[in-house]
Design a binder for this molecule. Structure first.
Ligand SMILES: Cc1cc2nc3c(=O)[nH]c(=O)nc-3n(C[C@H](O)[C@H](O)[C@H](O)COP(=O)(O)OP(=O)(O)OC[C@H]3O[C@@H](n4cnc5c(N)ncnc54)[C@H](O)[C@@H]3O)c2cc1C
Length: 491
């Protein structure tokens, strides 16, 4: 039986483990934390339950296809709720625009706020669907082993059709005129940890996911997805070593032979799948001599995606103002991204995202709202320094919310601040990045490190820093893609 060792029980690691097990591999998953799901992590503060990490879930069919491999019908174990009108966008001038997959509902609002956009809306939906379909056909299932893969004529033809050289902001301006509407759409760049003023228009396809396919929430918390995947994997015979950190990988003649845990235990395997953030784990676990194509210097050239400054706030009231997903926009979005990416500093006028899952699922916090408050943060400096005083920044966020009509302090029951430093330490995320690598230079989105080590024959990568990219559905696809290739290798 082929032995596979998966480093990390993030969504990418879980999906790879299930696929490999379904093909008869003997699979061991090693995870340094005690929960499966990686950044999709449950946090409870007293009676308040939060999803840390993915609050916005799209593409449930991706998770469903993994469950299928485990012989589990997803609907039997998880209740995916499609949110009818999912995100309330609050503009600085007081305008409110609620995003929905219902195009009539959208057009009705646009007629008031952006008549040009209302007229173009159907055309816009058609174009973002085209971008999505091309990506689905050519980029999601594709594995990139090395630079030559980018030169395939079919891929080249597809690539030229997904507007790789136009920015997202420029693309949205073709269809909409209202600055508020443009700002709300431009926020989709942050889903890949990037700026709309530089990242390719290709990623406007994210709008297709939310404005056509819809936004989902899993009853009991999105963390239930990871819990159910781990259960399904265990039931198939996947072994989990939770609370065990891999500290090194031993390489001989371009093959990984074994890995060593923090306990000193050595585990041998035929295939090693690194779900841990490769930008951090690969250089840390493998000696530099054994990875000439991925030197420390090469790693340093990658620009990490944005990080996050998060406050979990349990409230003693239920706000009438809030929806499930909410965004309080800053008055100067361009400046905010300039601060984040060019200057590497925290914005003093940040856009603030709030998820209140108790809006949909009261059982998550019966005594009041469970607010997951997130502000985009620059990645940590190379020396790991945090560029802000967390207590002061938290107060600034509360001040801004109060000014926008959402008083927090007077209704707070419990709170917890989670900084990029904690994200880096807890999940082994390179410089605290949420989505691995940013797509801020035109081709970066497409030129991520490949799914297979070029130096070590039996080491592959699955997760946010490799293909097809960050975000919960993409990393799940990444794990499946890698597993499929390994299954083929051992047929
Ligand atoms: C605050 C926040 C908000 C987000 N919001 C969204 C959202 O709304 N929607 C969305 O789709 N995505 C969102 N994301 C992004 C999403 O969470 C990630 O893209 C995705 O979960 C990453 O999955 P992964 O498989 O790459 O690995 P990870 O989740 O990073 O898991 C990797 C695992 O490897 C483990 N590990 C690392 N090193 C070692 C080692 N040496 N030994 C053993 N184990 C190790 C880590 O502990 C971790 O469990 C968000 C992320 C964060 C942090």
């Amino acid at each position: 039986m082929v032995k596979a060792a998966v480093i990390g029980a993030g969504l990418g690691g879980l999906s790879a483990a299930i696929m490999l097990r379904s093909a008869g591999f003997e699979v061991t998953v090693i995870e340094k934390n005690f929960h499966a799901g990686g950044k999709l992590m449950p946090v409870s503060l007293g009676d308040y339950h939060f999803d840390f990490g993915p609050n916005t879930i799209t593409m449930p069919h991706v998770f469903s296809s993994v469950f299928e491999k485990a012989g589990v019908v997803m609907e039997d174990v998880l209740e995916f709720i499609k949110l009818p009108h999912h995100t309330k966008n609050f503009s600085p001038d007081g305008t409110e625009l609620v995003f929905s997959h219902d195009s009539d509902y959208m057009k009705k609002q646009l007629k008031e706020q952006d008549p040009f956009g209302a007229e173009n809306y159907d055309k816009f939906l058609k174009e973002i669907e085209r971008l999505y379909r091309l990506s689905e056909a050519h980029f999601f299932p594709k594995m990139f082993k090395g630079p030559l893969d980018y030169l395939s004529p079919r891929l080249g033809a597809a690539f030229s059709q997904v507007r790789p050289l136009e920015t997202m902001d420029h693309f949205f301006r073709r269809y909409f005129k209202s600055p508020n509407v443009l700002q709300a759409l431009n926020r989709y760049a942050t889903y890949i940890g990037s700026s709309p003023y530089v990242s390719p228009a290709t990623f406007a396809m994210i709008a297709y996911l939310e404005l056509v396919q819809g936004v989902y929430y899993v009853k009991g918390g999105n963390v239930k997805i990871a819990e159910a995947l781990q259960r399904a994997a265990s039931d198939m015979g996947v072994s989990f070593l939770m609370g065990s950190e891999v500290v090194s990988i031993q390489v001989k003649e371009k093959r990984a032979e074994s890995l060593t845990l923090d306990s000193g235990e050595v585990i041998k395997a035929d295939e090693f799948i690194m779900n841990a953030d490769l930008l951090k784990a690969f250089p840390e676990l493998v000696q530099e001599d054994d990875r000439p194509h991925f030197s420390d210097q090469k790693r340093d050239r990658y620009e990490p995606s944005i990080s996050a400054f998060v406050i979990l706030a349990g409230m003693n009231n239920i706000s009438k103002k809030l929806h499930h997903h909410n965004v309080f926009f800053s008055s100067n979005y361009q400046r905010e991204f300039h601060d984040l990416f060019k200057n590497g500093v925290y914005s003093t006028q940040p856009t603030i995202y709030i998820s209140s899952s108790s809006y949909t699922d009261r059982q998550q916090s019966v005594n009041g709202d469970n607010l997951f408050i997130l502000v985009n943060a620059p990645p940590l400096k190379k020396d790991g320094r945090l560029q802000v005083n967390p207590e002061e920044y938290k107060e600034l966020i509360y001040d801004r919310l109060e000014a926008a009509g959402l008083p927090i302090r007077e209704h707070l029951s419990v709170e917890k601040v989670i900084t990029p430093q904690e994200i880096a330490a807890k999940f082994g995320a390179y410089r605290g990045a949420l989505y691995g690598i940013s797509a801020n230079r035109k081709l970066d989105a497409f030129l991520r490190p490949g799914n297979f080590s070029r130096d070590i024959k039996n080491l592959s990568f699955a997760g946010g820093s490799t293909h097809p990219g960050g975000g919960s559905p993409m990393v799940t696809i990444s794990g499946m893609n890698v597993a499929k290739a390994l299954i083929k290798r051992h047929q």
